[in-house]
Write a protein that binds this ligand. Structure first.
Ligand code: ATP
Ligand code: ZN
Length: 300
């Protein structure tokens, strides 16, 4: 049997197996690559004056619920449960652990859910500040994200980082922002010495309940992806995404423009792990042997 790409990454020590598919530790070299990608994203977008926000990997569960994640993607969701029982309940847990029983019976849903997409926690924070200023707002965000999609494909992890730029404003402003980033994304891929193609995405942004929206979404060009061959040439991997949400989040969170209209939003996302894996797949697992131009772009 030939080794899979994931096996080779483990053998090279770039990713470290935890015993759970899609949950990996990263080596210093892997993180060095991610740091380089992060710097390239900053080089492309850093002069735009975006407000930087860095999120922890968990979000307010009320926001998670209101965003509709449990209705749309219950299979992918991760929620944090905690013990809030008394001494007797604690004793039950100890007994269950000793006997290999169900210790989770006393666990209760906490007020934190694992963040499934970096921008979900952002919209209510922005809306809380009141109407957008005259030029709208631009954010630069980063979060570890969780999606319960265990896989042997290196590119489909359960916990991974997503950096995004998020634009809030009028339809024209957010569409212009997205178009700019589709072009920048193509340039970025060249900088990385990779071959990518932008394509309309098939998967419904609004999930199961929004499956009816799927055709609609395609017709309206709401989601584009930068596809780069990583695990396979036939099925290239979405390493960046360029999303136009129309007034979806504006309506949900009562986010308005300076003149009182419902704000439109768009986000562009960079999957750090997928981009690092694309670089490793194309340029090889020996980072020191990567093309000089790629090394210079990543690490100066
Ligand atoms: P897919 O269709 O492959 O599941 P997606 O279209 O749902 O991905 P988005 O919701 O657009 O992905 O997420 C933004 C970015 O996050 C993607 O472009 C990708 O780079 C990254 N990403 C998404 N899911 C994963 C995952 N399971 N592992 C690693 N990176 C991911
Ligand atoms: Zn987003």
């Amino acid at each position: 049997m030939t080794a899979t790409f994931l096996d080779r990454l483990f053998d090279a020590g770039l990713l470290i197996d935890t015993g759970v598919d899609g949950l990996y530790a990263r080596s210093g070299t892997f993180e060095h690559i991610v740091d380089g990608i992060d710097a390239v994203v900053t080089a492309f977008g850093g002069a735009d004056g975006a407000e930087v926000v860095r999120f922890p990997p968990g979000m307010n569960r009320m926001v998670f619920e209101k965003t509709g994640y449990m209705k749309n993607f219950p299979n992918l969701a991760g929620t944090v449960h905690c013990f809030c029982g008394d001494d007797a309940a604690h004793a039950d847990i100890i007994a269950a652990l000793d006997e290999g029983g169900d210790w989770a019976a006393h666990q209760k849903l906490s007020d934190i859910a694992l963040t499934p997409a970096a921008c979900y926690p952002l919209y209510p924070l922005a809306a809380r500040r009141g109407p957008l200023p005259a030029q709208g707002r631009l954010f630069d965000i980063l979060s570890y994200c969780f999606r319960r999609e265990p896989s042997k494909e290196s590119t489909r992890q359960q916990m991974f980082r997503m950096r995004e730029f998020v634009r809030m404003g009028t339809p024209d402003e957010v569409m212009a922002f997205r178009q700019l980033w589709i072009e920048r994304g193509a340039e970025m891929v060249k900088t990385f010495g990779l071959d990518g193609a932008v394509d309309l995405a098939n998967d419904p942004f609004f999930g199961r309940a929004g499956r009816m929206l799927k055709n609609n979404q395609r017709q309206q060009n709401l989601k584009f992806e930068m596809l780069i061959p990583v695990e396979s040439v036939e099925k290239p991997t979405a390493c960046m995404s360029f999303n136009y949400h129309q007034d979806h989040f504006g309506t949900l969170w009562n986010l308005t423009t300076a003149d009182g209209a419902v704000a439109h939003t768009a986000c562009v996302g960079f999957g750090f792990e997928r981009l690092a894996l694309a670089l490793l797949k194309v340029h090889g697992l020996d980072v020191a042997a990567w093309p000089a131009g790629v090394r210079a772009a990543l690490w100066g």
